[in-house]
Design a protein around this ligand. Sequence first.
Ligand code: AMP
Length: 463
Amino acid sequence: MCGIFGIFNAEYAERYAFYGIYALQHRGQESVGIAVSNFEDIKVVKKPGLVLESVRKEDLESLSGYNAIAHVRYSTAGDSGGLNSQPIVRDTSLGRVAVVHNGNLVNYIPLRAELEEKGLRFVHTSDTELFLTLLEEGENLPEGIDLHPSDVEVLPRVFHALSRVRGAYSLLFLFKDKLIAVRDPMGFRPLLMGRLKDAVLFASESCAFDILQAELWREVKPGEVVVADAQGIRSYFPFKSEKKAMCIFELVYFSKPESFVFDSWVYRARKRMGELLAYEDEVLAETVVPVPDSGLVPALGYAQAKGLPLELGLIRNHYVGRSFIEPTQALRDIKVLMKLNPNRAVLEGKRVVVIDDSLVRGTTSKKIVNMLRRAGAKEVHMRIASPPVVGPCYYGIDTPTREELIANRMELEDIRRFIGADSLKYLSLESLRSVVESPQDFCDACFSNHYPLEVEGTAFRMR
Ligand code: AMP
């Protein structure tokens, strides 16, 4: 879970990067970093915390340049300390290079061990560093690839690095005079291209282009390497995969509703999940209550499909972050209460159906049901606009371990009792898959336990 942003060829690139990465804040709240090149050198600023609170005017003034990459981090791999925050910058035989990465590699542990045995040194404990180390290890030019003369020096090294890693990666490399964007061949994580006057932009989600009033151009395709430099923009497909594995959880929860990712408008997909949930449901309730913000869009779909009023029975306090970012259960408990307050005006004496996007550990739902009852709700029917989460993610979403996932430990009826609801229902996997045009191109391992890519050796996870 991370957000990445890049811009090539714009005066004040550092400021565009600042606003662009701010628009992706929902993808990570632990740290922020911006690296900028002015065609001569690369400078970087990295800070713990939120974009607006941590990056100062002086930081941006110290960066000043034409090309930039930026990152917000929610650590899924490596410790969560400052050392692993991105961009990671290194002096290589190709000059100074910075890299940002969204996704998780599945062969990090064995590959790192192999490289260490060869005497290559690592400073970080994050899989992102591998990309820089591998730039120094060799060259690879797959057959049939014709390189533009200005790519001859750098791209064989990049292709070599890509040939060695397996897993989920949307990447941006910043060289002093080049920006290179990469999406892994299975396309696990999104990556989009935008345009703004003479500049080309890259972002995890299209909402980062909206804030800059840039045009959404197209998606970087699975397996594509896009190079932007003074000679123009070029595209290569060094390694193709028949199989695609775009993350369906981006559509369920992670991406912002107004974003365009994986050739889909997130809002439409999410609303459809709510509609399908309604069609599968026979509950009798008077009012539909969304769990803000994640349940809002599916609740709208559900309410419209059922012809029921949607009421704001839970009010969100906007001055707190997401509930998962606290490391301990006790802290997460407080966070839920900080975040949501019940609205008695709507709830008193009512039979309500509450909609959330997903149920992971079950702790959020339990507190919400309790909160609704205390505020006078007569019946509370919990509806989840995605299937039970049964498997951890090895490709970059921060899900807890298999043992912590409530749907792995309990049957539906036991979960209902645990959260204290009058009834509980999930969206079926079949319905979720029907929301996207080509479900075979999506990864739904967290809901189905069908993992499109095996982890090699030990899984590299933070928690
Ligand atoms: P839980 O208490 O574990 O069942 O949390 C479920 C809630 O967390 C739902 O309201 C989701 O919107 C939200 N959620 C689901 N997945 C994640 C995630 N990977 N990170 C943060 N929040 C999440």
